[in-house]
Design a protein around this ligand. Structure first.
Ligand code: SAM
Length: 215
């Protein structure tokens, strides 16, 4: 994603009631933020928020938390949400590395990773959102029967993830190298990146991973 500095982005985000600042105080108490104890689903690296907000409209019985590192990117989602005011949407402007300080063990039931930055160089592998240190965080904050859903156009990152997840003890219960030709697109919500890549005819890879049930 091309980033540019947007003057006032931090201020606008700080002022929005939909962006939770100082989120650590809500660890284990996110029901207070939403005003109900419905399940919470996370999108990490949500970009401009199209996917998250569409899901939130379709599923008002679920709470959605969008996580984005850059305020200049998050700003677009915040502006949309200030207009639409979906009651089940909140945002965090933070690095996913901090999520275990923000959510208690098992406090979320699903994590979506969509078109995550591929970080192709080996020396940057630990920045990939499906690398072991991130998987360790997801393992903590996800409920025991929770799942990670991952979509990408980047075959190398997908192949890396097909190895990194099982190596960290996850079970891949669904995977395809070509979501649109698999015919399994019922209920699929497109992200901004997905719309662009699918229009170019690029295959979209998808996997769903869970932790094996403990006996
Ligand atoms: N998910 C959107 C989509 O599919 O249209 C945006 C994809 S964009 C390529 C990846 C996004 O992930 C960027 O906005 C980037 O800032 C964000 N990101 C990357 N690393 C992150 C991290 N460690 N924590 C939170 N967000 C991150």
């Amino acid at each position: 994603m091309r980033l540019r500095h947007i003057p006032g982005a931090e201020q606008k985000i700080f002022e929005s009631g939909f962006v939770i600042s100082g989120p650590e105080v809500y660890r284990g108490r996110w029901a207070e933020v939403y005003g109900n104890d419905r399940p919470i689903r996370l999108e990490i690296g949500m970009g401009k928020g199209k996917f998250l907000m569409e899901l939130a409209k379709r599923n008002p019985q679920i709470n959605y938390l969008g996580v984005e590192l850059y305020s200049s990117v998050l700003l677009r989602a915040v502006c949309k949400q200030e207009e639409e005011r979906l009651p089940n949407v909140r945002f965090l402007c933070t690095d996913a590395l901090k999520l275990a300080e923000i959510l208690a063990d098992g406090e979320t039931e699903r994590i979506y990773l969509n078109f995550s930055d591929p970080w192709p160089k080996d020396r940057h592998a630990k920045r990939r959102l499906t690398s072991p240190r991130f998987l360790g965080i997801y393992d903590r904050i996800l409920a025991p029967d929770g799942a990670v859903e991952f979509k990408t156009d980047n075959r190398a990152l997908f192949e890396y993830s097909l190895e990194s997840l099982p190596a960290a003890g996850w079970e891949i219960i669904f995977s395809t190298f070509d979501l649109y030709r698999s015919g399994l697109t019922d209920g699929n919500v497109m992200t901004e990146y997905e719309e662009k890549f699918a229009a170019e005819g690029k295959p979209i890879c998808k996997l769903v991973a869970v932790r094996p049930k403990k006996e």
